[in-house]
Design a protein around this ligand. Structure first.
Ligand SMILES: NC(=O)c1ccc[n+]([C@@H]2O[C@H](COP(=O)([O-])OP(=O)(O)OC[C@H]3O[C@@H](n4cnc5c(N)ncnc54)[C@H](OP(=O)(O)O)[C@@H]3O)[C@@H](O)[C@H]2O)c1
Length: 322
């Protein structure tokens, strides 16, 4: 089958290890189902994998991709849940120490077919196109859990989303607005700020600019570049929810004094559960909210999508179709 896979790892030049070519079809496996991929979406995770983060040399060659929507062995249209738990684990799979994401231990979704545990598919409503559904399992699920589970936000609360252009950030803005929150967003880029307003942000600001009010929660995926501003933007007792560090993990100033003096909470968040993915899919079905898609490319042109993400030249999700 056709696949987009990592053949080697390079910290400095990750795209050199990316190959588009034939790979063997997955072997049938008891309790797993083969999903024919109709659409898959790119995440920063795929670039991290090519840099060797979460992907060892011993696991190569590895088909990349966490996210997909397609058709399962019984002909059902499904969204794939990317978190693979240990079969012995019960409860919230994001807390399973042995969990992995598709493309880390098990072959990923950038292929004609992906094999997943039968419990790792969620019905796709007819109202969602395959391209839209393929955006949900990583970036949108992460945003959903950040806001409503780890952030505990309720209608009427206020939230700041840092780095408005990213896949998670655009999901955060759309879902926060749909959830009845007052939404602030920052971006370094004027045109991305404009688009954040169109998406539903009530107010936008340049990265680092003072907001008109202190917020109940900040959603962080940028890391080093925005950390200090995130902490300074919180009201006393507010929460910073972090799921990523695109600009690096070591802030110049961790603002520890503010953290204890203002009794702030710093909460990590990673992916989400199958149940949360199902709730997210239902939310989109009934609300009409849809993922922002930067570009849709045939999977055979995936290299262009990887390049755009590596250059940061993206607003919303990059989707590959078969
Ligand atoms: N924990 C999880 O489960 C999970 C799930 C999904 C993603 N993630 C992580 O979350 C992060 C976001 O991923 P993504 O795929 O949404 O998109 P991304 O491409 O990593 O995010 C791009 C955004 O980051 C902002 N940014 C990058 N460098 C910056 C800098 N130096 N200063 C200020 N802003 C900067 C930019 O915002 P502006 O250009 O608008 O300023 C840009 O739009 C990644 O690190 C990813 O690994 C984690």
């Amino acid at each position: 089958m056709f696949a987009v896979y990592a053949e080697s790892i390079s910290q400095d030049d990750p795209l050199t290890g990316l190959v588009l070519d034939e790979r063997p079809d997955p072997e049938p496996r008891e309790g797993w189902t083969a999903v024919t991929v109709r659409a898959a979406s790119l995440n920063h995770h795929d670039l991290w994998s090519l840099r060797g983060v979460g992907l060892g040399e011993d696991a190569l060659p590895m088909i990349l991709g966490c996210d997909a929507a397609g058709v399962d062995e019984d002909g059902n249209e499904v969204v794939v849940h990317a978190v693979i738990k240990d079969p012995a684990w019960a409860g919230d799979e994001t807390l399973d120490p042995k969990r992995s994401l598709l493309s880390e231990r098990h072959q990923g979704t950038f292929a004609d077919t992906v094999l997943v545990p039968s419990g790792n598919v969620v019905p796709k409503p007819a109202s969602l196109a395959f391209e839209e559904a393929a955006c949900l399992p990583t970036a949108w699920l992460t945003a959903y859990r950040m806001l409503f589970t780890q952030g505990g936000l309720k209608p009427g609360d206020s939230v700041l989303v840092q780095g408005a252009g990213g896949g998670v950030a655009t999901a955060l803005i759309s879902l926060a607005r749909a959830g009845g929150l007052r939404v602030y967003a920052t971006s370094r880029d004027e045109s991305k700020r404009e688009r954040a307003l169109e998406l539903g942000a009530h107010q936008v600001a340049e990265s680092g600019a003072r907001l008109p009010e202190k917020v109940d929660a900040v959603m962080e995926t940028v890391g080093r570049a925005t950390w200090s501003h995130s902490i300074k933007s919180l009201r006393p007792g507010g929460s910073l929810v972090i799921s990523g560090t695109t600009s690096g993990p070591n802030p110049d100033n961790a603002e520890l004094t503010r953290v204890f003096f203002l009794q702030l909470r710093v909460v990590g968040s990673t992916m989400g559960t199958r149940a949360e993915l199902e709730s997210l899919v239902n939310l989109l079905d009934v609300s009409g909210v849809r993922p922002v898609i930067d570009q849709v490319l045939p999977m055979t042109e995936a290299l262009d999508g990887f390049r755009a993400m590596a250059e940061g030249d993206v607003f919303g999700k990059i989707v590959f179709t078969r």
